[in-house]
Write a protein that binds this ligand. Structure first.
Ligand code: BJW
Ligand code: ZN
Length: 259
């Protein structure tokens, strides 16, 4: 599945580790691929989430207006799946990287599964919301309901209004402060890792060119994926293989070369 020959991968890992070592600030963008090895389906694979569902039915404001019960059954099934899932070595490798760069490390995720937090990452920006949270259509209260089952028409405990998942659906704006912080982190960084995303959904995908055009010296872009993507044309180096294997190898290289 798009894996590189081992000697080529090893050279690419050395190159990526060297750029990371030179970087004062690091920004990472993750997508569904990083959680695939935790048993969470991606969106656009042949057996992915969009295969069995029409996006406009389950992930759009119109779909929710038409049939909130269908949308909640889709999201309750996702919540149940995430409840069983555990962070994988890819998530854990990013925790190790955050320890190395501290506040100069920013993890931007398109994922709604909270697995980066569960792994122990701290400086995480969730661009597309969270499966754990609900938003009330009556009083707009946002609540963390963890991953408890919520039924087909959950109501707000404050005002009895209808609740929706606090997820960014197509055509909806991303949380402004989160997006601003992500764009700043991409602009400021010296190395940008793009992990497990097809990089087709905007504005998340625009973080890659932002990093590349950011400061006087453009960031080095390192792609980690099973295969080339829409981000590959920006990548200075590609590490092709499962992120649960590649990212720990990258951290090991960083340790070997010191910092
Ligand atoms: C592995 C692996 C392993 C597998 N190891 N790798 C500019 C141009 C064109 C269009 C637009 C544009 N700006 C806006 C748009 C419209 C739209 C958009 O981008 N459309 C495109 C699809 C054409 N964007 C929006 O609508 C956004 N809103 C917006 O722009 O609003 C404007 C506005 C402003 C102000 C007011 C009002 C409006 C919102 C986008 C929200 C996206 N939401 C979703 C669904 C959430 C619902 C849910 O989760 O239930 O978020 S879409 C879905 O895609 C989900 C994901 O976060 C997102 C990205 O997918 P991702 O993570 O890349 O997954 P896949 O499956 O695509 O890829 C997985 C990758 O992993 C693959 O590459 C594999 O190879 C790899 N992989 N296993 C490493 N083990
Ligand atoms: Zn309410």
């Amino acid at each position: 599945m798009g894996n590189q020959p081992l000697d080529e991968l090893d050279r690419a890992l050395d190159q990526a580790a060297m750029w990371l070592k030179l970087a004062e600030r690091v920004c990472v963008l993750t997508g569904a691929g990083i959680s695939a090895e935790s048993g969470i389906p991606t969106f656009r694979a042949s057996d992915g989430l969009w295969e069995g569902h029409r996006i406009e039915d389950v992930a759009s404001p119109d779909g929710f207006r038409r049939d909130p019960g269908l949308v909640w059954s889709f999201y309750n099934a996702r919540r149940a799946n995430v409840r069983k899932a555990k962070p994988n070595p890819g998530h854990l490798a990013l925790v190790e990287m955050e320890k190395r760069w501290g506040t100069k490390f920013c993890l931007v995720t398109q994922n709604v599964d909270s697995l980066h937090f569960e792994a122990g990452s701290r400086n995480v920006l969730e661009l597309h919301g969270s499966l754990r949270r609900t938003r009330c259509l009556g009083c707009f209260t946002i609540q963390d309901r963890e991953l408890e089952p919520l039924g087909d028409s959950p109501q707000c405990p404050h005002c009895r209004g209808s609740l929706r998942p606090d997820i960014v659906w197509f055509g909806e704006g991303l949380p402004e402060a989160v997006l601003d912080a992500a764009m700043q982190a991409a602009y400021d960084c010296d190395a940008f890792l793009v992990v497990g995303t097809s990089a087709v959904v905007y504005p998340a995908a625009s973080l890659v060119p932002i990093a590349k055009r950011g400061k006087a010296v453009p960031a080095k872009v390192i792609e980690v994926n099973l295969t080339e993507t829409d981000a590959s044309s920006y990548a200075d180096v590609g590490l092709y293989g499962p992120s649960g294997q590649i990212l720990p190898k990258l951290v090991k290289k960083l340790d070997e070369t010191g910092s």
